[in-house]
Design a protein around this ligand. Structure first.
Ligand SMILES: CC(C)(COP(=O)(O)OP(=O)(O)OC[C@H]1O[C@@H](n2cnc3c(N)ncnc32)[C@H](O)[C@@H]1OP(=O)(O)O)[C@@H](O)C(=O)NCCC(=O)NCCS
Length: 204
């Protein structure tokens, strides 16, 4: 379930989204709720082991927003949101950004394998933008791994969501023993997001 990548893009999406959904047949049956501890029991243990569920419980205890998409009583898709001023991509050690006040952060999106490709993630993305907007945020920041960015941007464009890549983050492999992350700025001001690690014009 965890996506490991050595190259990711920190992107932003405006939370100012149209009121209608993407209109996919699958997504039209989904009901979004604010996930709570009771919803953890709905997770299939074959897909979410005890450590993972404990981690989710800790996120709820920290006040993070678990956006859960239910089809009937089944958790069909979910995403995590928080509004802390710092976001991290833990699979690239050291990859952390300070975020402006008007940003929220979305991460760890997941759709039940049997329901993938039905537009659920797209619908969830629109919903999470609405949630962040209601929390007073103008932008959602999220990381996209390099091989998902193009497909995700194309998919989300169908729901009128524009994905703006701000920073490319990669492992610096130049020189002996070089293994730290470096960031390459893709827009003039980096969207106001500031990396807590070196910036390079030629990352990778
Ligand atoms: C990525 C994932 C959440 C997509 O869920 P989904 O409900 O199948 O997505 P949808 O049906 O709404 O859309 C499918 C589209 O999503 C695109 N996509 C891929 N990664 C995506 C992402 N991170 N965010 C949004 N869309 C993504 C695909 O390119 C596909 O586009 P296409 O229809 O133009 O080919 C799902 O495959 C999954 O849970 N994967 C494992 C966990 C993961 O990789 N999470 C993302 C990183 S946090």
């Amino acid at each position: 379930m965890i996506v490991l990548a050595r190259e990711v893009f920190l992107c932003k999406c405006s939370t100012d989204v149209p009121s209608d959904r993407s209109g996919d047949a699958e997504s039209s049956r989904v009901r979004f709720v604010s996930g709570a501890a009771r919803h953890l029991e709905l997770l299939d243990p074959a897909l979410h082991d005890a450590d993972r569920v404990d981690e989710f419980r800790a996120r709820l205890a920290r006040g993070e927003y678990w956006l859960v998409g239910l089809v009937g009583d089944e958790i069909a898709t979910y995403t995590w949101l928080h509004t802390r001023p710092r976001c991290e991509y833990p699979y690239l050690p050291g990859c952390a950004f300070a975020l402006p006040d008007d940003y929220g952060y979305g991460y760890d999106a997941w759709t039940l394998p049997a329901r993938r490709g039905g537009g659920l993630r797209r619908a969830a993305f629109v919903e999470e933008l609405r949630v962040l907007s209601a929390l007073g945020k103008a932008w959602e920041a999220s990381f996209f791994v390099h091989y998902q960015l193009e497909g995700a941007a194309r998919s989300l464009a169908r729901a009128c969501v524009k994905v703006v890549p701000l920073w490319r983050v990669a492992l610096d492999r130049r020189g002996p023993g070089r293994r730290h992350v470096v960031a390459e700025r893709l827009v003039t001001d980096g969207g106001g997001a500031r990396p807590e690690f070196p910036i390079t014009p030629t990352a990778g």
